[in-house]
Design a protein around this ligand. Structure first.
Ligand code: DX5
Ligand code: ZN
Length: 221
């Protein structure tokens, strides 16, 4: 069972992003939150900044697009070289068509579900996606509390992935700490986004501690 730790640079020092990426080089992927002030109330960064991050990052980028009209904008991030591009189910007009375009360009295609969005419609569509992101907070801001109420969605996904034989990564994002990561791992997550809990301390040490806790409690054990 592989455990991936993806620190979210939303919690990093935005004046020194190259240096901050260097501090998380022992992580699997760097999670980049794109927010457009429409799909979510917050505003972060967009394609020009991502293009520079791609040039300087020691690890691949995991894009999380919290934007309206991803059908129009998400392929640009794949074209730029993002390893993984995740868009929101609630915002996409044609999620399957978009995922296929992202894959054609060469990126991994991910679909994200807000806490209130049911997972059932996607359980039969797993072959279309490389990753499903179960949001464990309402998207928009770092530093919120983990919502355990989202864990049943992960269990359903983990069962469906196992039954399908596919290698779909199950990602959680929001409020992931050394205390909450075990619940998410037990429910079936294998890819963990963590912002505050990585950057509000010694990032390399935090990455190692999160990885150890997730591996210890992994669903497969
Ligand atoms: C929230 C973002 C998260 C955020 C997580 O909408 O998608 O990636 O950075 O931050 P923490 O880990 O602080 O909850
Ligand atoms: Zn995110």
């Amino acid at each position: 069972m592989v455990t991936r730790i993806n620190p979210s640079i939303l919690a990093a020092d935005f004046a020194n992003l190259e240096r901050e990426l260097g501090r998380i080089s022992t992580a699997d992927l760097a999670h980049v939150d794109v927010m457009d002030n429409h799909f979510v109330p917050n505003l972060t960064l967009g394609l020009p900044v991502v293009e520079r991050l791609l040039q300087v990052s020691p690890i691949p980028l995991d894009l999380h697009l919290m934007i309206d009209d991803p059908d129009r904008w998400a392929p640009d991030y794949a074209e730029a070289g993002a390893y993984s591009v995740t868009f929101h189910a609630e915002a996409a007009a044609d999620a399957i068509g978009l995922a296929r375009r992202l894959r054609d360009i060469g990126a991994r295609a991910g679909i994200a579900l807000k806490p209130g969005t049911p997972v059932e419609p996607y359980l039969d569509l797993l072959a279309e996606f490389d990753q499903v992101l179960v949001m464990t907070v309402e998207p928009g801001f770092g530093g919120q509390s983990f919502m355990a109420s989202t864990m049943p969605k992960l269990s359903l996904l983990a069962d469906a992935v196992r039954a399908s034989g596919l290698d779909v990564w199950l990602q959680v994002d929001g409020g992931i700490t050394e205390d909450t990561i075990a619940q998410a791992a037990q429910a079936g997550a294998n890819t963990f986004v963590a912002g505050s809990s990585v950057f509000n301390g010694d990032p390399a040490g935090q990455i190692a501690r999160l990885r150890a806790a997730a591996t210890l409690h992994s669903h497969a054990h």
